[in-house]
Write a protein that binds this ligand. Structure first.
Ligand code: TYD
Length: 241
């Protein structure tokens, strides 16, 4: 399999075609953005940490029976993935209130949401990713009721698997965003699962271990990403070794 041409370049990742039409290469760049692209930087090494964590979580989800686009690791900053027709939904699962749900609704930051709350945004830069509801998703033709049920069930399954994994390493999975795509009419988890797409809090200190460190200048972003990647990739109890 050989990388051919650039298919698409987003804010922090680029996707390349390969000589196999069923396979793309997803490259995690060192770029980081926040606030709808209003804050931008390039942080050396960031792509590698997000690629490592994403690859690990995709493999872990597959081991737990959840289908993803992940095929293999290509190099430290790139993974081979199944080519998907992406569904333009940002499916956010929230276990603890933080971020936009606190700004937009009367939740207190840190309030536990049990059962977890799913929020789905329309992935559209032109429309600034507005929140959807089920009827809007059907009316816009973005998913059928059966597909949406499956997407929500998969998102909740991912939540259980990742929450338990992270909890064993002293990390609370506050919230995260998934994207889904279709391949041969099968719905699978696509995009990434990284510190850019999750909100992670240290269980002991409450410290942010994710892109909030960048959004809100809470500390050294690369030190945070390196530290949390190490904790995620290590067995429980060995994360501070
Ligand atoms: P959210 O609280 O809605 O947005 P903000 O980060 O602006 O406060 O985000 C919930 C989670 O989903 C958070 O972990 C970041 C992730 N997310 C993305 O990865 N991309 C996005 O476009 C959005 C809206 C959220």
């Amino acid at each position: 399999m050989k990388q051919v041409d650039l298919l698409y370049s987003g804010k922090a990742k680029s996707v390349y075609r390969t000589d196999d039409p069923g396979v793309y290469i997803m490259k995690f760049r060192d770029d980081i953005t926040a606030f709808d692209g209003g804050k931008k930087d390039t942080l050396g090494g960031k792509g590698r940490y997000n690629a490592e964590v994403s690859s690990f979580f995709f493999r872990y989800l597959e081991e737990n029976g959840i289908k993803t686009h992940y095929l293999s690791s290509v190099d430290p900053t790139a993974i081979a993935v199944r080519s998907l027709t992406m569904i333009p939904l940002e499916v956010i699962v929230r276990n603890v209130a933080a971020g936009s749900i606190v700004r937009n609704y009367p939740f207190r930051e840190g309030e536990v949401l049990d059962p977890a709350v799913i929020v789905i945004d329309y992935k559209s830069d032109a429309h600034h990713d507005p929140m959807l509801n089920d009827d809007l998703i059907y009316a816009l033709g973005l998913a059928t009721p059966e597909e949406l049920d499956q997407i929500k069930a998969m998102a909740l399954a991912v939540n259980i698997v990742l929450s338990e994994y992270l909890a064993a390493r002293g990390i609370t999975l506050v919230d995260f965003k998934l994207e889904f795509g279709k391949t041969n009419d099968e719905i699978v988890v696509g995009d990434e699962i990284s510190m850019d797409s999750m909100r992670l809090w240290d269980k002991e200190t409450g410290a942010s271990l994710d892109k909030d460190v960048y959004r809100f200048n809470k500390g050294d972003v690369m030190e945070t990403y390196a530290g949390v990647a190490k904790r995620i990739l290590s067995p429980p109890g060995e994360e501070s070794a």
